[in-house]
Design a protein around this ligand. Structure first.
Ligand code: NAP
Length: 299
């Protein structure tokens, strides 16, 4: 009879709370020693319910840590020029260290032009090509928040990444590609052999069955099933899929992983919700504090 050890459930809520506790102390120290209060501007165009809830979460997190929050809610009819003017104003505002423009923007606005206009030293989302380039050469100012959060989950859960085969499913510019890049750096919490899979990959199972760690960011329920993994695998589920409404009118969310059967084979796994999700906002706060330190010549 074989005895299997239950999978460790990687608790993103707890790890996120640990990091926020550390940050709160750092913010208090910056104020006490140097009179510095990091500032984060959040820009929301329109009233997409998911975007409103993300921006509100970011604003609340900033305030709870002692970060100055400047929230700008703009109407759906905002023009490109008005939005660009606001970005330029925030670029020049010394109270603001981080600028976050919530995406997606309404269809009539050019996201790329807005992103390129943000001062890279205030690009706390880490999406500006300058910051993506710095990440690629291993000298980042800001890492994109979701992949950086995933790396923290692995490090703080004691998962060995050095020499591990990491398979990333998904190649988006905000999760898949930067995540793969972060894991291949010759650094602590990385130094892995990385494979990236996507819809053009011929036989994804061929790669996932060999993986020590699988990061799934496909945006499809059950993109990873139990027959695709080897026993003892570590699984990070980035997906957030709305699959219906509860009787109380709340969205029912699932990840990209067929959770229960995969958990039976895994050594460690993140749940949805409560895994990767809480880490994204936390890493935005980490980046904002770093931006303030950089502006003051302290980092
Ligand atoms: P995205 O831009 O839609 O990219 C999805 C990627 O997955 C694409 O590269 C696509 O391949 C690939 N893909 C889709 N279905 C696949 C399949 N069956 N097998 C293999 N590859 C597949 O999505 P994203 O922005 O990266 O986000 C991914 C998921 O993570 C979404 O559910 C999103 O809501 C969630 N997310 C969560 C957080 C968080 O904080 N928890 C943050 C960001 C995103 P092609 O390139 O070939 O089309």
């Amino acid at each position: 009879m074989s005895i299997t050890t239950p999978a460790m459930i990687i608790n993103g809520t707890e790890i996120s709370a640990q990091i926020r506790e550390e940050l709160k102390k750092e913010v208090a120290e910056l104020k006490a020693k140097y009179g510095i209060v990091p500032g984060l501007a959040t820009v929301l165009v329109g009233a997409n319910p998911a975007s409103v809830s993300y921006v509100t979460g970011k604003e609340k997190a900033a305030i709870a840590l002692g970060i100055y929050s400047d929230r700008r809610d703009l109407p759906e009819t905002t023009t490109q020029k008005e939005l660009m003017d606001l970005v330029l104003t925030l670029n020049n505002d010394p109270q603001i260290n981080g600028i976050l423009v919530q995406i997606p923007l309404p269809k009539h606005l050019d996201e790329t032009e807005v992103l390129l206009a943000i001062n890279p030293k205030k690009d706390v989302d880490g999406f500006h090509p300058m910051n993506l380039g710095k990440m690629m050469v291993g000298e980042p100012d800001f890492l994109p928040c979701t992949p950086a959060g995933i790396q923290q989950l692995l490090i703080r859960s004691g998962i060995e990444t050095d020499g591990a085969h990491v398979v990333v499913i998904g190649r988006s510019n905000i999760v898949g590609k930067p995540n793969a890049n972060i894991m291949l750096q010759k650094k602590h919490g990385a130094n892995s052999t990385v494979t990236i899979c996507h819809t053009g990959t011929r036989d994804i199972s061929h790669f996932t069955r060999d993986a020590d760690i699988i990061i799934v960011a496909a945006g499809r329920p059950k993109a990873l099933t139990a027959d695709m993994v080897k026993p003892g695998v570590v699984v990070i589920d980035v997906g957030v899929n709305r699959v219906g409404m509860s009787s109380s009118g709340k969205a029912i969310l699932v990840g990209d992983v067929d959770y229960e059967p995969v958990k039976e084979k895994a050594r460690a796994i993140t749940p949805v919700p409560g895994g990767v999700g809480p880490m994204t906002i936390t890493m935005l706060m980490v980046n904002t504090v770093k931006a303030a330190k950089m502006a003051a010549g302290l980092a």
